[in-house]
Design a protein around this ligand. Sequence first.
Ligand code: NAD
Length: 291
Amino acid sequence: MTILDGKKTSADIKAEIAEKVKELKAQGKKTPHLAAVIVGNDGASKTYVGAKVKACELVGFNSTLVELPEETTEAELLAKIEELNNNDAIDGYIVQLPLPKHIDEHKVLLAVDATKDVDGFHPTNVGRMALELPTFLPATPYGVMELLERYKVPTSGKNVVVIGRSHIVGRPMSILMSQKRAAGDATVTVAHSRTANLKELTLKADIIVVALGVAEFLTGDMVKDGVTIIDVGITRLDDSSKKSGFRLAGDVHFESVAPKASFITPVPGGVGPMTIAMLLKNTLLAGENRA
Ligand code: NAD
């Protein structure tokens, strides 16, 4: 069984990006600049955004953190987005989700200039991804593809079951793995909350991408020997033995699934760190495109 080590792989990718930034600086070219917008005080969101800004510093990017209060109106946020769209210093930016309930998320994502949409959530970029045109791939599925490719996990002709059909993980994951590309060429089934007989499907799967957000959902009796497991889930479970008061759990019951797996991602240290590395990769691309 091989652990797909997202921590190490993301460190490798960050080192490659840092090298590239050094070259850009030596050539007197512009340093890539990522901005992140966060609205409100959600603890997990703040942690994610903080990690993204820190990662920028690590690779030598410029970064700007825009923190807006919970009571920010939709109009105020849209005005901020307009400002970022028009700011030539910023190559790419993200709006951390979820947004407070009084703000229409869809309206906000549509307002982001697609050429700066390094999260790859704008309909233009989702369409370009589906059509296999150059674009910003959504960071989490992109990270999974990169992990599969770098570990040379065989995917061509394999049966893949993706559990979850969200716009940011499950759906793009299923599109990418079915395409003619590295870590693609698979036969993909998308399972979701209305799927009947999920276990029948997972027992036949060569690769299972689990992204439903239910802690330790996939258990050993649901998978066949030799399966490859990609665990995207992150759930905070109360744990009084931890200083933070919680521990992170994936969607996979690691103890029962890992002994049957040929490749498996851990949580934490699997898909999570890859997501940030791919956001940096998209920002580098945004900078190159603007130059
Ligand atoms: P979501 O809530 O938007 O979607 C969950 C999906 O799971 C839905 O499509 C739903 O139909 C499906 N589902 C729910 N119950 C099911 C069941 N019993 N059987 C089959 N399918 C079921 O979630 P999301 O945004 O895609 O996130 C999923 C998980 O991945 C969460 O734990 C989230 O925190 C995590 N996540 C991690 C990263 C990362 O960087 N590692 C990034 C994004 C999301």
